[in-house]
Design a protein around this ligand. Sequence first.
Ligand SMILES: [Zn+2]
Length: 82
Amino acid sequence: MTTAHNTETPGGAQLVATPGRPDDAKLRPECGHWIGAEHRYCREGDGVRRFLPGLRCPAHTPRALQGLPEIPPGPGWPAHRT
Ligand SMILES: [Zn+2]
């Protein structure tokens, strides 16, 4: 005698996590630069890296905001800068 084991919870209670839940957005790194003119955060997700002030997209790194070129990644930091 076997009874069909139904994994679905009666009453419609959903126990499994649904894909694309809002929590995923919190885990995604995104630019935290405040765009004052638009009264919103940038929230760009591409190429975001962590800087001292926080996560920034390539357009809003501390150096980019100062109009300076990004420091190119390399094997070492130059000992002497001119
Ligand atoms: Zn940004």
